[in-house]
Design a protein around this ligand. Structure first.
Ligand code: TRP
Length: 327
């Protein structure tokens, strides 16, 4: 009997020990870094930028589950959820927050108290009102930009279709990132005597109508890195094929999903470059003195399937220096 009692006691003690260790978390390692991520929505370029950032941190010795905690938030484009998530991340008092795309960066900016915020995949920090200037941000935000020179983008389109008289521009009215690029493209067209017809849309339900309207009087359509349209490229693809309308789009992922051409950055590399900036911030460098970073190695992407469907032939020389994104 005594032995049974002893055994029972030991069992109870063991169980209690098990329970206590389950409810009381290990004291957090002082060196553990806590980073929040607010990503506008799931789509190719933004996912790649996040992966590059996480891999870059990992390579620098910040390893998830060891000395790094990531609080990842993704509102899938919903503005009100994005606001709630931004509030949550700011309240957490994290070591750093990564904002992926312009709208989340703007949301965090409005509620931020004292957390350093890095952005990535952001078109223009200064134009979006996030920094004093891209060279000297001056506040709590810096990061990397996916801006690609507009003259080179237009050159690319004209190299494939030289006889463009009217260029259509399509973007979502609420996205400043798109508006910035649309204005740059318009200025570039003016210089070269190309007419511009701009159509803005409130949401993706009207992409078909907008594309059809542009097809009626334009020789080509430019769509910038517009988060909303990037997530609905199927409609662009359909009208482009139906109306033999060539498209120049902001990024490779939009080419993959039915766009024709793009001169764009590598988002994975951009994310990695952002991780290098994160390491500097974590080491105590003042984020306000860190200039916005760029990916200088613009790459040409094309979709041979879409281009063939609308009857455009590419030279072998062109193909040799570009990447085919056909599925
Ligand atoms: N540059 C966009 C912004 O500032 C985000 C973005 C990156 C994007 N890659 C994209 C949007 C591709 C659409 C498609 O918000």
């Amino acid at each position: 009997m005594k032995t049974w009692n002893k055994l029972a006691m030991i069992l109870i003690l063991l169980l209690l020990a098990g329970c206590t260790s389950a409810v009381v978390p290990e004291p957090a390692d002082d060196n553990t870094v806590r980073i929040g991520i607010l990503q506008m929505m799931t789509h190719g370029s933004l996912d790649e930028a996040r992966q590059g950032f996480l891999d870059g941190l990992d390579e620098a010795g910040y390893v998830k589950g060891k000395n790094l905690i990531i609080d990842f938030q993704n509102p899938e484009g919903d503005q009100s959820n994005m606001a709630t998530m931004a509030d949550h991340l700011i309240a957490e008092d994290l070591d750093l927050i990564l904002a992926i795309a312009t709208p989340p960066a703007q949301q965090l900016f409005t509620v931020n108290q004292n957390t350093p915020i890095l952005g990535t995949a952001i078109t223009d920090y200064a134009d979006a009102g996030l920094v004093d200037s891209n060279e000297h941000p001056g506040g709590l935000i810096s990061g990397t930009s996916d801006n690609c020179p507009m003259d080179a983008q237009l050159d690319l389109l004209l190299s494939v279709k030289p006889d463009i008289k009217t260029l259509g521009i399509l973007y979502t009215s609420s996205e400043v990132n798109s508006e910035i690029q649309a204005n740059q493209m318009e200025a570039e067209c003016q210089k070269r005597g190309i007419e511009v017809r701009t159509v803005t849309i409130p949401d993706k339900t009207v992409i078909n109508d907008a594309m059809a309207a542009l097809a009626a009087d334009c020789d080509a359509v430019y769509i910038p890195t517009d988060n909303n349209i990037a997530s609905a490229m199927g409609s662009v693809d359909v009208i482009s094929r139906e109306r033999n309308l060539i498209t120049l789009v902001g990024v490779s992922d939009m080419v993959k999903n039915g766009g024709c051409l793009s001169l764009g950055v590598n988002y994975y590399d951009l994310g990695k470059q952002t991780a290098e900036m994160a390491v500097r911030v974590l080491n105590g460098e003042d984020i306000g003195t860190m200039p916005i970073g760029y990916d200088k190695s613009g790459t040409v992407y094309y979709n041979s399937d879409t281009l063939e469907a609308i009857g455009i032939q590419l030279t072998d020389e062109f193909k040799a220096s570009a990447i085919d994104m056909r599925n």
